[in-house]
Design a protein around this ligand. Structure first.
Ligand SMILES: Nc1nc2c(ncn2[C@@H]2O[C@H](COP(=O)(O)OP(=O)(O)OP(=O)(O)O)[C@@H](O)[C@H]2O)c(=O)[nH]1
Ligand SMILES: [Mg+2]
Length: 458
């Protein structure tokens, strides 16, 4: 991507296909010149101009609304024109082609937002929340993305960065008086200030973890031997008939994913092929996919047929979990005993050796609500997310982790040696981690990676 181009860009900003209204957006130094060729009416900034749109041959192709946002008071900070026409693909293609004939070029994905960022209309975390808002799958995720877009996440990052900078300036000032340095730093309560900064950054990281969850949701993989009722449970949890259910062991061959919402968080549920020894090549491929689905999940729900146990209430959770030692150790597992309708056990949760076992019937639905409560409780604190929640992504979390790690290192070094020189350097490093989040310091490669994932016209 060309970061400092004087080009004028244009794109269809509405989705492909037919619709009531379709919008072509133009941004750059030639935007008004192009608009004057498409419409003969006088352009007035921030005025809804009902006008005729003409093609490059001067033929009227539509009537619509033309909006003119004069630089710098526009989304991109450049002159911006929006042509709101009827939403037909051929019509919008013709309008876009006309813009290009008159001096624009077709925008790259995310190029309008990139220009907004380069012209300091948005910082990087705010720009990243734009696709989050567009792609949000729950109302909570919408509120979170809207809060980040308004700069609430960046504000918190900037507050910590400001405190770090202040501390660094004080520490650096003390370096000019080496004799008094140590006493001076003690008087400034440097140690407790670093510990406060760690707490502040950890709090923000918790918010960012929740924000990531809001954006990406949580994935639970259903796993177990063939015929235990995994597909039936997927159907019961999603109130659908998404997966084929049959009494033939090995029915499910591929992974099947469905999404539901629990407390505004997207929950992805993945049904998988039953785990067993097999010579069947296709089934073995399915089992390999099961293991990979579990590795990629936040949690595995391990399902057992309750009728296989003479005394389900006496089962040792560790013993039955060890039947599946091919599954990744690090993924948290919850045990489910299905087909309770065929046993004397009542549905619900039982605790054994500090481990929860859920007894339920995917067929009758008994015990499903308890399981849903359990799934919800494993989302806490995100399920408590208030209206001040924000969306965040892994790169923000990694930057905050780096900042915390560096602060912790400098705290212990300062507490043992008490010297300010290394501390000043570390504080400087912390600020650069925080600046990566808001984009005050970031590479062109990172910008390309972020903005190329945006949709065209955004
Ligand atoms: N009585 C009873 N039968 C059930 C229950 N859940 C599933 N079944 C039956 O058990 C059989 C297997 O169910 P599936 O959901 O296909 O099992 P699966 O674990 O997905 O099986 P594979 O895809 O072959 O690994 C079907 O005949 C279901 O009707 C239940 O809660 N109670
Ligand atoms: Mg199945």
């Amino acid at each position: 991507m060309n970061y400092k181009s004087g080009d004028t860009i244009a794109a269809i900003a509405t989705p492909a296909g037919s619709g009531g209204i379709g919008i072509v957006r133009i941004s750059g130094p030639r935007a008004t010149q192009i608009a004057k060729k498409i419409s003969t009416d006088k352009l007035i900034p921030r005025h809804a101009l009902f006008t005729k749109f003409r093609n490059n041959l001067g033929i009227t192709i539509d009537h619509g609304i033309l909006l003119y946002f004069k630089a710098p008071n526009s989304f991109t900070g450049e002159d911006v024109i929006e042509l709101q026409a009827h939403g037909g693909s051929a019509l919008l293609d013709t309008l876009l082609k006309t813009c290009c004939t008159f001096g624009a070029r077709v925008a790259n994905p995310g190029e309008f937002s990139l220009r907004a960022f380069l012209n300091e209309k948005l910082d990087l975390a705010q720009a990243e929340s734009l696709p989050d808002l567009i792609e949000a799958s729950t109302e909570k995720a919408v509120i979170g993305a809207a809060n980040s877009l308004q700069g609430k996440f960046s504000e918190k990052v900037n507050e910590i960065a400001k405190d770090i900078l202040e501390l660094r300036i004080m520490v650096e000032a003390s370096l000019d008086f080496p004799e008094e340095e140590i006493d001076f730093l003690k008087d400034l309560k440097v140690s407790s200030r670093i510990h406060d900064l760690i707490t502040q950054t950890e709090l923000l990281k918790t918010l960012a973890d929740e924000g990531k969850l809001l954006r990406e949701g949580v994935t639970f993989a259903l796993a177990g031997k063939p015929n235990v009722g995994k597909s039936s449970l997927l159907n019961a949890l999603t109130s659908s008939n998404r997966a084929i259910v049959s009494n033939i062991p090995g029915t499910t061959r591929d992974t099947i994913e469905e999404t539901i919402q629990l407390d505004g968080i997207p929950i992805n549920i993945v049904d998988t092929a039953g785990l067993r020894e097999t010579d069947d090549t296709l089934e073995r491929q399915g089992i390999a996919r099961t293991i990979s689905a579990i590795s990629n999940a936040n949690q595995a729900l391990l399902i057992y047929d309750i009728t296989m146990f003479a005394k389900p209430e006496d089962v040792d959770p560790d013993g039955i979990l060890s039947e599946f030692n091919e599954l990744p150790m690090e993924v948290k597992k919850t045990i489910i005993f299905n087909k309770s309708d065929l046993s004397d056990c009542s549905p619900g949760e039982i605790r054994k050796n500090g481990c929860s076992i859920f007894i339920l019937s995917a067929m009758t639905g008994e015990g499903i609500s308890d399981l849903k409560e359990h799934l919800k409780s494993s989302l806490i604190p995100a399920s408590d997310a208030k209206d001040d929640s924000m969306t965040a992504r892994q790169r923000h979390i990694s930057a905050l982790e780096n900042c915390i790690e560096t602060l912790e290192k400098s705290a212990s070094l300062f507490d043992t040696i008490g010297a300010g020189e290394l501390l000043a350097e570390d504080l400087n490093l912390c600020n650069s981690f925080l600046e990566e989040i808001t984009g005050k310091s970031c590479s062109d490669e990172l910008l390309t990676e972020i903005f190329s994932k945006f949709c065209i016209g955004k």
